[in-house]
Design a protein around this ligand. Structure first.
Ligand code: GUN
Length: 305
């Protein structure tokens, strides 16, 4: 069997269209423009790319983008003061502090200083607790994007065996909570899981989020399973030639060994072009949701968990 490709790029474009439609309605009917503040501390090159893309896409869907770039040696107290200002700014409906933060800053403290209603990353302990207890939460963007793609492909997820590989706070744990909320039978597998291949082979749904290139081979996949690959790993690709400085060119690969898994799975997300584009689309969706909630308006349909 050759798996059907789940096109995250096209799916993300659909999500952005829905977001743009809701933003236009908020502007026309209520004179409200949703605003997203992104805070970047330091000059991490990957973070700079993410922040630039977030800003561009925020503006493209008609929202206000507020970017705050701080020096790498910014004192923690200054960052906390900025967050306090953004918490109290009525034109800001969503706040995202780009991770990782420099070592001298306590990331948990900073995240938990964000007003939970504006925490569009869904990382604040209140939102983690709300999600875990089935209450209305802000849901982390990457797992939300994965859930949207799974529901689109499979419809009702009730009763499905789901295995999440990876136990991070950003993806693995919230993904498991979301699948549980949709009545899946959920297992979280990780680096210490015994007979991990056997565990993953039980799954109708596999979500791989470990950050290890090609860790999930095709022979761990049950025939017909739906495979969501969250990994974005840069690996050397000498077959593509060399750079001018003599180092090999690189390419992006997922946590799933795509070629072997695609022979067995029913459907699979490619890397790149799978989960990746959904993350920012869901960030925009969360910002519209936060804006609607802040103004006592009905939530945008199809954009929340
Ligand atoms: N760094 C890598 N992924 C993320 C994310 O989803 N949110 C934030 N704030 N930082 C990140």
């Amino acid at each position: 069997m050759t798996a059907e490709l789940i096109d995250g790029k096209a799916f993300a474009a659909t999500v952005r269209e829905k977001v743009a439609h809701h933003v236009a309605r908020l502007k026309e009917d209520h004179r409200i423009t949703p605003g997203l503040a992104v805070v970047l501390v330091g000059e991490d090159p990957a973070s700079q790319v993410y922040v630039r893309n977030k800003g561009r896409q925020t503006v493209e869907v008609g929202m206000e983008s507020y970017e705050h770039r701080l020096d790498a040696d910014t004192p923690q107290a200054d960052l906390l003061a900025l967050i306090e200002r953004l918490n109290n700014d009525p034109s800001v409906h969503g706040i995202l502090v780009q991770l990782p933060l420099p070592d001298h800053i306590d990331a948990d403290l900073v995240i938990n200083a964000i007003d939970p209603a504006k925490d569009v990353d869904g990382f604040h302990i209140s939102n983690v607790g709300l999600l875990a207890t089935g209450q209305k939460a802000m849901v982390p963007c990457t797992p939300l994007g994965c859930l949207m793609m799974l529901r689109d492909r499979l419809g009702n997820l009730s009763g499905q065996e789901a295995v999440v590989v990876g136990r991070s706070n950003i993806v693995g744990k919230p993904m498991a909570q979301l699948l549980l909320r949709d009545s899946c039978t959920v297992t979280i597998a990780h680096s210490r899981t015994r007979d991990i291949g056997e565990v993953v082979r039980r799954a109708d749904i596999v979500v791989a989020a470990v950050g290890r290139p090609g860790m999930v081979p095709g022979d761990w996949i049950k025939p017909g399973a739906t495979v969501i690959d969250v990994g974005i790993n840069r690996v050397e690709a000498p077959e593509k030639g060399m750079n001018e400085d003599g180092t090999p060119k690189t390419r992006l690969v997922g946590d799933v060994d795509f070629d072997s898994a695609a022979q067995v799975a029913g459907a699979i997300t490619p890397v790149p072009g799978g989960v990746g584009p959904m993350t920012i689309a869901c960030l925009l969706a969360n910002t519209v949701t936060a804006c609607c909630r802040a103004n006592g308006l009905s939530e945008p349909e199809g954009l929340t968990a």
